[in-house]
Ligand binder design. Structure first.
Ligand SMILES: [Zn+2]
Ligand SMILES: [Zn+2]
Length: 132
């Protein structure tokens, strides 16, 4: 069971199922949305994500026709990245986890859009766009 929350502490969640495919995303939307050179996400089944408190603080931003990003309306912390095309899979921003989620990153995506000033120094697989 993984627990996590946003920066202000208003939103708290619990993930009851399996965490999968932790990865770094270098696309420009993630870079802008996170204010960092890349985002780090883990795939989960949305049915395994339970908001324990602060669900009313969740704001939704459709960043494309196929994707909704959620964040805390009070502190701006990124939460979910939900592709509408895969209802059994949502991505959650791993930086919000408490402690060690016991999964490690396995690949990079959208490396073609990588910040030119950031150098990838690990040996994980790099996909120019997505992983499929
Ligand atoms: Zn917050
Ligand atoms: Zn991205």
């Amino acid at each position: 069971m993984v627990h996590g929350g946003c920066l202000c502490g208003g939103i708290r969640y619990e993930i009851s199922g399996k965490l999968d495919k932790m990865h770094f995303c270098h696309c420009q939307m993630c870079r802008r949305g996170h204010g960092t050179p890349f985002a780090n996400y883990v795939a989960i089944n949305p049915r395994d994500l339970h908001y324990m408190q602060g669900e009313e603080l969740i704001a939704r931003f459709p960043s494309s026709e196929s994707t909704v990003r959620t964040f805390c309306s009070r502190c701006g912390s990124n939460l979910e990245f939900s592709p509408r095309t895969t209802p059994d899979e949502t991505w959650i921003a791993s930086g919000g986890f408490d402690g060690d989620p016991q999964i490690r990153p396995s690949f990079h995506i959208y490396v073609d859009s990588k910040a030119p000033w950031f150098e990838i120094t690990d040996n994980l697989t790099q996909y120019p766009v997505s992983d499929d």
